[in-house]
Design a protein around this ligand. Sequence first.
Ligand code: ARG
Length: 592
Amino acid sequence: MMTLPEQIAEKLTDALRAELSGALPENFQALVVASQDLRYGDYQSNAAMVLAKSARKNPRELAQAVVTRLEGMTEAEVSLAGPGFINFRITATEYEARMVAMLGDERLGVPLVKHPQKIVIDFSAPNVAKPMHVGHIRSTIIGDTLARLARFMGHIVITDNHIGDWGTQFGMILWGWKNLLNQRELEHDPIEALLVTYKEVNKRCKEQPELLEACKSELVRLQSGDVENLRIWERCIEVTKRGLQKIYDQLDIHFDYWLGESFYNDALEPLVEDLLARGIARESDGAICVFSDGTHKPKDDPFLVNKEGEWQPVPAIIRKADGAFLYATTDLATLDYRIREFQADSIWYVVGAPQEKHFKQIFDIERMRGVTGDFRHVAFGSILGKDRRPFKTRDGETVSLQDVIDEAVERAARVVEDKSPDMPAEEKATVAEAVGIGAIKFAELSQNRLSDYIFDWDKMLSLSGDTAPYLQNSYVRVRAIERKVDDPDFTAMLSGDVRPKIDLVEEREINLARTLARFAEVVPATLDDCRPNLLASYLYELARAFHSFYEACPVLRSTSSIRISRLVLCELTARVLHLGMSLLGIRLLERM
Ligand code: ARG
């Protein structure tokens, strides 16, 4: 099924072609967009104005001629406005037909992409033995949603958790493991135990410089293949992965691969040699670096920075003078692997905005090497506390993801206790989990990812406003209405035995149908821009359109044919909410 704007664009393009015959470029496609203001119609196009100039026509006259040609169009009433805009007001009949079609379509009208791509999505990627901080929370939630959306649109998606498992932190961890670590704690909560150890060693190192030396030599022994240290390192990775997996399971997030940084160790030396041999990298003060090749204008060049009016080089260092490789080196090797082994067309890195320069440099080095693909840094801002300062715990520590989840579920449990004290305990727990986790995810996903956002427990758990609980509750209400009906005609229609008959008369009915039909456009647009907030705010708008419909249009108390028609709108609202929220990774419940 084509979306409405696609369908209109096709007819409009045909009309323009008929009107302009030879003067229209072969592959021209008119663009049709949703109107800002419903008074002018549902959709609008400025195609006549765009084309008039090259066709040497008056734009208004061209638009008028096209409007006349489109007079018989069944989907919409067509009209001319201003200097040559063409407006389309979708008819109730068209919305009725769309509702029927949606009811028979598992995808609820959302088209599959025409050209599926193989997309690697790199997200979450915490660092072993270091705290998984709020930046990782954002990456984890946004990345998972993008993976769900891309798969739903028909792409082949590979999710890869590129954990930081080979950093300098292992010097301290190794020393701490041998001298401090509490093995029982390690079994109980590995992530926390390693973190506590790391912090303790870090603290001691500041007071005792000779300890720092001891840690460094542990690191050197690890890097040169010392068997004991390698074994401890492996254990660290293993327990960390197990701990992380628990969190991901709770969040319903899955990775196809966990190829951490260490996976690429053997590829680093040859990579640097290759870049040297091809003249892309060169030596500078003993280090091996990539400098600008002068292709870009200075302001677009990721290897230049403007200092006091002068462009200064900022090379990407790929091997330090002491022989150590860097984050950038690993990322180049990782990208190679994904192109070679996964045959990726596209790689998306869901990583905070502070790493913008890093990814620009990586992508530009790939360009120098002649490696092509659609590489995107899907960046995001920070999470702030209510005081607008970086989000921290009361004692100034970084907030761990597990703590955030636990607190959300606990707070949600209080809300459930308050609203439904009579619910069986087991169900209460299920609801609290779905509401708490849903609240964190929705609060994240309803933000423009590039802005900093304020983490506010009360707001995200509120039952009104654009929150997960509000949407979860809306869904429950729709389902409750449907459960009250005992109408064999409705049942027959849902099972596909009887073709539904929809009548859209009331303004709010039409508005709900319009909103439902727009789902088909919103999902692809959300993925195109990697902006989950488009879908999140659409779902909120849908819930509001539903509530205002339900206030004005009685469902259960209307006569049979009207009741059925309105029940279909209820059913579609429920299905769109369900599918939409599942694309955001948020669970809905039938009862709450
Ligand atoms: N471990 C990194 C960090 O915590 C994120 C890794 C992102 N992915 C990548 N391919 N660089 O900042």
